[in-house]
Design a protein around this ligand. Structure first.
Ligand SMILES: [Zn+2]
Length: 486
């Protein structure tokens, strides 16, 4: 049985919002309006003088938003929070070289390090306006458990979709990870079941949903992929996530070692339904049909398979640029992910939206390949849809109260007050990455207030403790690795 979610019983009036982007597809921008939130749900949105008498009489906590642009909270669909401990290593390496450099270090991760890095990564996301995030933890050395990331998310108040990842094919069996990091498949499935039974809440408004995430075709068996699909589908709303077609070496590994094309692999494993989402998909194409199977891009659109587009990581590792405009045109559900902080090397979703726009325009050599509204939708309702959520991603009555407020006197907005559309665009085009959310609400609870975390722990303490954990990992890993050299 999953625990009852803690529902806030507080009412909020987010009053006199200077500019509101609701995230709805008509691109509606409202000025001088208010939002009423009751018990975690948006009850009413509109011009303040039209607030119904029945609501007007109720007691509220009033929040003055007259200096803010308000948007739906952002949604991050791909991350590896533990990687915040190992930023800026293997700086000029491609994916496989990068992994081969980092695996020996990650071998010394502990539960405490995973907890402190998750707390840091979540704080970073909240302060960039993110209200729902996924995280894929796929290494479980020493005493590491997924429970550590779940504890961090609950403390800071973010809506969370943790993925129980796994690696099960090590070097000696032709996989990429060292054998020391590989887990037994029966134990993996047992732990997945334990986590779902303990934490998963399938209901609307859920603050926590589990997903199952065997790491990649070059680190798990097809047998495990199939068993995970069966296990996930024996529950409601447990989704499936993995890395897919990240770069040329990844696709080549599949063709040589797994001996399957992209579509053939997905069909064979049963990962071909709307409950699956895939990180990267840089190499899915519309011209790789092989006579037996349709093209991979068409297949994603036809089956409604979700993509987590991670452009910064793809640039950093020289993986390539995903065909974003084509994906959108063909109807592939697309969202954004910051990816792990060892290949980003930060965790700012708004910066990721800007990068997505820029890379798509460079790739296609078209200034209108992808618009600011497109990437804002990917960062909000697009992310929610990919994670199977119809209850977040928009600001309208009946949705969960996940909201971000941005101060309009921040430098990135200066010079953009020609029109409401220009101001909204400045959130993407004008923001070089320094803009912080001023106010963030998740499930009707304040998690960021005045640009600072609002749940009793400050970013300074979180950063210091994260730094200490990172230094401890660096010291242990270098001592042990030096000892291992003959
Ligand atoms: Zn990843």
């Amino acid at each position: 049985m999953s625990p009852e979610p803690a529902l806030p019983n507080q009412r909020f009036l987010l009053k006199d919002i200077a500019l509101l982007w609701t995230g709805e597809h008509d691109g509606r921008l409202l000025t001088n309006c208010s939002i009423v939130v009751d018990s975690g749900i948006i009850q009413w949105v509109g011009a303040h003088d039209r607030l119904p008498t029945s609501l007007r009489a109720l007691p509220f906590t009033t929040v003055d938003m007259s200096a803010c642009l308000v948007t739906p909270g952002l949604v991050n669909t791909h991350h590896h929070m533990y990687q915040s401990l190992t930023k800026c290593i293997a700086r000029d390496s491609s994916l496989f070289e990068w992994l081969n450099t980092l695996f020996p270090i990650w071998n010394f991760l502990t539960a405490d390090m995973v907890y402190k890095s998750a707390r840091f990564a979540i704080a970073e996301l909240l302060l960039s306006g993110c209200t729902l995030t996924s995280d894929l933890l796929y290494l479980f050395p020493n005493d590491v458990k997924l429970d550590e990331t779940i504890r961090a998310a609950a403390e800071l108040g973010i809506r969370f979709h943790p993925c129980r990842g796994a690696v099960s094919v090590g070097e000696s069996d032709g996989g990429l990870p060292p054998d020391t990091l590989v887990e037994d498949e029966t134990a993996i499935l047992r732990d997945m079941r334990r986590l779902i039974d303990r934490y998963h809440d399938e209901r609307d408004g859920s603050m926590l949903r589990l997903a199952l995430a065997p790491c990649s075709p070059f680190s798990v068996s097809e047998r495990l992929m199939k068993k995970c699909a069966r296990l996930a589908r024996s529950y409601n709303n447990v989704m499936l996530h993995t890395h897919f077609a990240e770069n040329s070496s990844d696709v080549e590994y599949m063709s040589t070692n797994v001996q399957k094309g992209l579509v053939e692999y997905l069909e064979h494993c049963g990962w071909n339904e709307r409950d699956c989402w895939f990180a990267h998909c840089v190499k899915i194409r519309d011209d790789d049909d092989d006579g037996r199977y349709t093209s991979s891009l068409k297949y994603f659109a036809q089956q409604g398979l979700g993509v987590s587009h991670c452009p910064t990581s793809n640039c950093r590792l020289g993986s390539g640029a995903a065909p974003l405009a084509k994906m959108m045109k063909m109807g592939v559900p697309v969202s954004l992910g910051v990816d792990g902080s060892a290949s980003n090397d930060s965790g700012n979703l708004l910066a990721e939206a800007r990068m997505a726009l820029m890379v798509a325009r460079v790739r296609d050599e078209k200034a209108d390949a992808v618009s600011t509204s497109d990437v804002l939708r990917m960062a909000t309702s697009g992310g929610a849809a990919v994670l199977g959520r119809a209850d977040v991603g928009y600001i309208k009555a009946g949705m969960c109260a996940d909201v971000a407020g941005w101060r309009l006197d921040a430098p990135c907005f200066a010079g953009s007050f020609h029109s409401p559309e220009a101001v909204l665009s400045a959130l993407i085009l004008g923001n070089g990455g320094d803009l912080k959310a001023n106010y963030v609400m998740v499930n009707g609870m304040e998690v960021v207030r005045g640009g600072a975390l609002a749940r009793g722990v400050d970013m300074g303490t979180i950063t210091r403790e994260h730094h200490e954990a990172a230094m401890k990992l660096a010291t242990i890993a270098s001592d042990q690795l030096a000892r291992a050299v003959p």
